[in-house]
Structure formats: structure tokens, C-alpha cells
Design a protein around this ligand. Structure first.
Ligand SMILES: *[C@@H]1O[C@H](CO)[C@@H](O)[C@H](O)[C@H]1NC(C)=O
Length: 227
């Protein structure tokens, strides 16, 4: 009796967990509609990312990060989606660029012994948030399941892995500062080069995308938008 009651409670718990996970995934998909995703994409025919960055690759990647756009109110969830795509739009020219234009820099920090650079490989920006540096490619690859240090080009070849690197970076560096306002997301992504008057053009580009996407999603952008 006791064990069957226990297993019934366990089964109920599992079903609730599963339902919550499903609801979370469906929630992102219901906000990031085809229309919303397509409005982000540049319609420029010269875009290398035109057929690479797809909504389904984004949703596949988002399924692996159930905390993304969750954990707070519906308003906070929509703001996080707007903030993610605002930074993505700025970094990639509205999902146009897959890899950084200037490929001469290798973005290798030789002092980082934990994630040593592989000879001949370059860790310049790739993907929706232009992940760069050996100390990001290494742990992102380990967490997602590809050889980030030995095969950084994977981020420019597999669209789901590409979105996963962006969400990996987001969940580890940006998600936690969302309640402080959009300006804190800029600081977390590129603060040293943009905040405190260092690059007001870049900051206003990110903020303008954010306000526009909040408008499209019908949510107030909140305060503290700049940095
Ligand atoms: C590319 O980056 C390198 C290293 O920062 C720089 O010296 C070079 O001028 C850049 N090339 C272009 C075309 O911007």
C-alpha cells in the first residue's frame, strides 16, 4: 500500500514536472512566433545568415534552456525574449552575419590554462551573440556537447548549436541581471567597450531594437535601459 501510494505520488510529481517543462517550452514558442522571428531577420539578399538562422533551430536550442524567459512574471519573460533578440540583432545585423567579418584576430587568451587554444584555431565571433575567446568556446562546447576549442567552426555550421552557444552565454552571464533593466544586459555582454560613454552608438542601437521588440510583444520595456 505504502509503496503504491508513494509511486502514485512520484508519478504525479513527474507528470507535473513534465507539464511544467512543456508549458515553458510552449510559452517561448507562443511568444517567438513566425511573424516575430521573421520581423527580426534582415531581408537583405546578401545575408550569409538568411537560410542559417531559423526559428526552429532557435526553439530546439531554447528547449535545452528551460530557465530562459522563465522564473519571473509573464512581463519579465517577454522582456527577456525582447532583450535577447535585441542584442542578437545588434551583434549580427539582424541575423545577417554568422561569423565576425574581420577574421584576423584569434581571440586567444594564452594565460587561460583551463581552456587552452588549439594551434591554428581562431575564436572570433560566431553565432547569434558572436561568442568569442577560448575561455568561452571551451566551456560552451563542453556544456553543449561539441569540441569548442578544436572545432570552433561548428558554431558557424550547425544552427541549433549556434543558438545554443548564444543561450549558454546568456544563461551564464546575462539572465541573472535581467531584473536590473536592459542596460545591465549590455554591460554583461560588451560593457567594457560600450558603457560609460565608450560607444553610445552601439548602446542606442541595442536599446532601439529592445524598445521595438517590446512594442511588438506588447510589453512595457521597464527602466534603466542604458549603461
Ligand atoms: C582586423 O583586425 C586587425 C587586428 O585587430 C586589425 O589590425 C585590422 O586593421 C582589421 N582589419 C580591418 C579590415 O578592419
Amino acid at each position: 500500500m505504502a509503496s503504491s501510494a508513494t509511486s502514485r505520488i512520484l508519478a504525479l510529481g513527474l507528470a507535473l514536472l513534465f507539464a511544467a517543462g512543456l508549458a515553458a517550452a510552449q510559452n517561448v514558442a507562443s511568444v517567438v512566433t513566425d511573424a516575430f522571428f521573421n520581423s527580426i531577420k534582415s531581408q537583405d539578399s546578401g545575408c550569409e545568415g538568411k537560410n542559417f538562422y531559423t526559428r526552429s533551430a532557435f526553439l530546439n536550442a531554447a528547449n535545452a534552456y528551460p530557465g530562459f524567459a522563465h522564473g519571473g512574471s509573464e512581463t519579465q519573460g517577454k522582456r527577456e525574449i525582447a532583450a535577447f533578440f535585441a542584442n542578437v540583432a545588434h551583434e549580427t545585423g539582424r541575423l545577417c552575419y554568422i561569423s565576425e567579418i574581420n577574421k584576423s584576430n584569434s581571440y586567444c587568451d594564452p594565460n587561460n590554462r583551463q581552456w587552452p587554444c588549439v594551434s591554428g584555431k581562431k575564436y572570433y565571433g560566431r553565432g547569434p551573440l558572436q561568442i568569442s575567446w577560448n575561455y568561452n568556446y571551451g566551456p560552451a562546447g563542453k556544456s553543449i556537447g561539441f569540441d569548442g576549442l578544436g572545432n570552433p567552426d561548428k558554431v558557424a555550421q550547425d544552427p541549433t548549436i549556434s543558438f545554443k552557444t548564444a543561450l549558454w552565454f546568456w544563461m551564464n552571464n546575462v539572465h541573472g541581471v535581467m531584473p536590473q533593466g536592459f542596460g545591465a544586459t549590455i554591460r554583461a555582454i560588451n560593457g567594457a567597450l560600450e558603457c560609460n560613454g565608450k560607444n553610445p552608438g552601439a548602446v542606442s542601437s541595442r536599446v532601439n531594437y529592445y524598445k521595438q521588440y517590446c512594442r511588438q510583444l506588447g510589453v512595457d520595456p521597464g527602466s534603466n535601459l542604458t549603461c
